[in-house]
Design a protein around this ligand. Structure first.
Ligand code: GAF
Length: 389
């Protein structure tokens, strides 16, 4: 997890002044996220339990008098520019700029007037690691544009706007988890989200008090969820729900699972369904344990989630499985891949005094296999998107 150095707020502030020769009107930030548990359940109308990361994307911005948007990003070092025609319909701006243009498009498509703006973007959220750098970018830009436009929308409406930017403008068929996490999470809490009605409960997740640490291990195996595999999993779940005559797989409970599986003749589809149905239950069980203050006891659920993703949903890769196995062998209470899959990050729940030993064990397992060295970072639940000044 390396990237530009120095404070991210400072980098956005200075980046703005350097680019536009004037101070920004304001600064907005949105974090990355890890999902504690509940993977590929969001687009099945199910349950998820993410928390926000301390790594953030920061946008410095001011208004323009015309309908143009100029955007500088430290990550590419480029400045892009687009106008009202480019956001008249999806797809006209491509590359990283599409996430910004997509937000302008989504706001305008929802009937809001969006003023032209100049933006400078800096970020500590690693790209392509499954930590929601896209949702962080969309959500920071959304927060900035709403304020510049003088629009006050209820927080619960914002994730759908950011998600539409990604689904429709960028064209990635993701669910509602990432934008919800990035926008609605609270410090010290995990966000228990019902993806059907978008109701949330902020579940206290006080790792420090429990003497525990969550390590985020970047597998360094690049993760791509805009590609075919994510979309294929989603199609398979939707087809299974249709075959079972339910609106979504969320409507199948673990008690009904065997009967539901018996009605599906394709073994691969059966595995996909089993993952989603059992994963929803694992989220509910995790929430119940956390509500009871039994943080330590969620470890086996995390590991069971990983096994289900590996064997039933088939979205892990060798680097990821190696990291999980090494972490568990070194005493992690539970470990699992987090995010869309096919690379990205693993999270491990560890006794704080075992954190170094677990990190060392993962690095050693990687070295044995000649994988690119992983990075490990201890994280605590951080706040969601906000205006900084
Ligand atoms: C990605 C998607 F963006 C989310 O909507 C979710 O489906 C996740 O993969 C898997 O749980 O992060």
């Amino acid at each position: 997890m390396t990237g530009p150095t120095g404070d991210v707020v400072e980098r956005a502030t200075v980046g703005f002044t350097d680019q536009y020769d004037a101070p920004a009107a304001g600064l907005w930030a949105a974090p990355g996220r890890v999902n504690l548990i509940g993977e590929h359940t969001d687009y099945n109308d199910g349950f998820v339990l993410p928390f926000a990361l301390p790594m953030r994307t920061v946008v410095a911005a001011d208004r323009r008098d015309d309908e143009r948007w100029t955007v500088w990003s430290e990550l590419s070092g480029e400045t892009i520019d687009f106008d009202a025609d480019d956001v008249a319909e999806p797809g006209r701006v491509t590359g990283w700029g599409a996430y910004v243009a997509g937000v302008v498009w989504a706001l305008r498509d929802a009937g809001h007037a969006v003023p032209g703006a100049r933006l400078a973007i800096a970020s500590d959220v690693p790209l392509g690691s499954g930590l929601s750098s896209s949702a962080a970018l969309e959500s920071a830009v959304l927060a900035a544009l709403l304020d510049l436009a003088g629009l006050e929308l209820p927080a619960e409406r914002l994730p759908r706007l950011a998600q539409r930017a990604e689904n429709v403008y960028v064209g990635a068929p993701t669910g509602i988890m990432d934008q919800s996490a990035v926008i609605r999470c609270r410090v010290g809490h995990a966000l228990f989200l019902d993806c059907r009605d978008e109701s949330v409960e902020h579940i206290p997740f006080d790792l420090d008090a429990a003497g525990l640490t969550v390590l985020v291990i970047d597998s360094r195996a690049p993760h791509r969820h805009a590609d075919g595999e994510y979309a294929a999993r989603r199609r398979s779940c939707e087809a299974a729900a249709e075959a079972l005559g339910v609106p979504a797989l969320r409507d199948v409970t673990v008690d009904q699972l065997d009967a539901a599986l018996a009605r599906l003749d394709d073994t691969e589809t059966r595995r996909r369904v089993r993952h989603v149905v059992t994963e929803d239950q694992r989220v509910l069980d995790t929430v119940a344990l956390l509500r009871a203050g039994r943080v330590r006891d969620i470890g086996p659920l995390l590991t069971a989630s990983h096994v289900s993703m590996r064997d039933d949903f088939e979205i892990t890769v060798p680097e990821i499985d190696t990291a999980v196995e090494a972490a568990l062998s070194a005493g992690a209470l539970g470990a699992r891949m987090t995010g869309g899959g096919f690379g990205g990050c693993v999270l491990a729940l560890v006794e704080s005094d075992r954190a170094d030993a677990v990190s060392d064990a993962v690095r050693a397992a990687y070295a044995e296999r000649n994988y690119t060295a992983p990075t490990t970072v201890p994280v605590l639940p951080a706040p969601g998107a906000t205006r900084l000044r």
